[in-house]
Design a protein around this ligand. Structure first.
Ligand code: SF4
Length: 64
């Protein structure tokens, strides 16, 4: 599984970083970045999919 952020759509509200700090962090340009972690467990997959749902601008997508 891979998680991708579309910076063109991101409005930097930060829900992804606050709700799933193991997966997202703010980068130097203040946009969130996907941290280099292996998404292996079912719980991690579930949270990654949840991050798509909580993003208010539809900027996060998951590639299964
Ligand atoms: S939740 Fe969506 S809009 Fe908010 S910072 Fe993360 S990617 Fe950007």
């Amino acid at each position: 599984m891979k998680v991708v952020i579309d910076k063109e759509r991101c409005m930097m509200a930060g829900e992804c970083c606050y709700n799933h700090p193991w997966l997202f962090a703010f980068g130097d340009d203040d946009y969130p970045v996907v941290q280099a972690v292996e998404i292996t467990s079912e719980q991690q997959r579930k949270e990654a999919r949840q991050s798509v749902q909580v993003c208010p601008s539809g900027a996060i997508s998951v590639i299964e």
